[in-house]
Ligand binder design. Structure first.
Ligand SMILES: [Zn+2]
Length: 327
């Protein structure tokens, strides 16, 4: 992989220098829905589902930026100094404690009066055994996150948005906070929140009906993002790599998953869009199962099976109905 031709660098740097003031002013808010002039007053969100909910509720009235750029895997996000500067200048920072260590840490630099942690609204629960990758039960598994300084939600499963009812509770918390901070627009926020929550309720109904008669109850996913979805719609989840995709499974762990695939009649292993499919491919290869995509919606890219949360969730429903033998 050769590096970029040397002649390009000065051009890029010159362009950056020419745009210097603008870059400094807007660098942390590259995905604002709105003009650069309002960037310091932006709402900064930590990753896609929180960004999407906030955008649905503000409906363009306030710029909403996101720290996890599209296509980046959010669990191991790193923040630039500009990102952190943007957080300290934001009118509000919305994040979920216990998901992204870099964000948890940077939030400590932000005025607590300008922070909303949605982890409590999501009613997060600890990741269960099947969320820790293929370690045998009782092995004390290494699947959990390394954890920074013992945050309240460090051992919890962060993937609340894959259960529409938990996502709705988070949206309501965001809507209530926006209304409190900006009473002039409280009615608009309340109305937009209600519309969004209603859409989530419709999605929940579709998932419940579509997944009510499935032959295969065991889900085998790339990383263990689907615990809340599994709980809500009657599946058991086994993640190949644990709650974070950064934990590499051991050969023994992969064998444990392969044994589970065979013993529970699993025909489809799910890979995702932001993580290399090597482990899903390995398990599929050793068991004869197929590989399909089940998107944990940790970011939307051109590879996503839909343009937003709702479209991707409906694609996930189609994938689950085929992969789990639902009628
Ligand atoms: Zn995840």
């Amino acid at each position: 992989m050769p590096s970029a031709p040397p002649r390009r660098r000065p051009t890029v740097l010159a362009a950056l220098a020419a745009a210097g003031a603008l870059v400094l002013a807007t660098g942390a808010c590259a995905s604002s829905t709105d003009g650069a002039a309002t960037a310091p007053e932006a709402i900064v969100t930590s990753f896609y589902p929180i960004q999407f909910a906030t955008q649905q509720i503000t409906a363009g009235a306030v710029p909403v930026s996101v720290l996890t750029k599209p296509g980046a895997e959010p669990h191991d996000l790193e923040l630039s100094p500009q990102d952190i500067a943007g957080m300290t200048k934001a009118r509000l920072v919305v994040y979920a404690d216990g998901f992204q260590p870099a964000v948890d840490e940077a939030v400590g630099l932000v005025d607590p009066a300008k922070v909303l942690d949605v982890a409590d609204a999501a009613k997060l629960v600890p990741a269960t055994e099947g969320d820790h990758g293929g370690e045998p039960a009782g092995s004390g598994g290494s699947g959990g996150s390394a954890g920074h300084d013992g945050h309240d939600h460090a051992g919890d499963d962060p993937h609340f948005w894959l259960d529409p009812s938990r996502y709705a509770a988070v949206a309501e918390a965001i809507g209530a906070r926006l209304a409190k901070d900006d009473p002039t627009h409280a009615k608009t926020y309340a109305r937009n929140t209600a519309v969004f929550v209603e859409k989530l309720s419709q999605l929940d109904d579709e998932l419940r009906v579509g997944l009510s008669q499935c032959r295969i109850k065991q889900l085998v996913t790339s990383h263990a993002a689907f615990g809340y979805l599994a709980d809500r719609y009657g599946f058991r989840q086994q993640g190949i790599t644990g709650v974070s995709p950064d934990n590499e499974p051991s050969a023994a762990a992969l064998r444990t998953v392969a044994d589970l695939v065979k013993s529970s009649g699993v025909t489809t292993i799910y890979q995702e869009t932001l993580v290399e499919p090597q482990f899903a491919d390995t398990v599929a290869g050793s068991t004869g199962a197929k590989v399909a995509t089940l998107d944990p919606i940790e970011g939307i890219t051109s590879a996503s099976v839909g343009r937003d949360y709702f479209e991707v969730m409906r694609s996930n429903l189609v994938a689950l109905r085929a992969g789990q033998g639902c009628s």
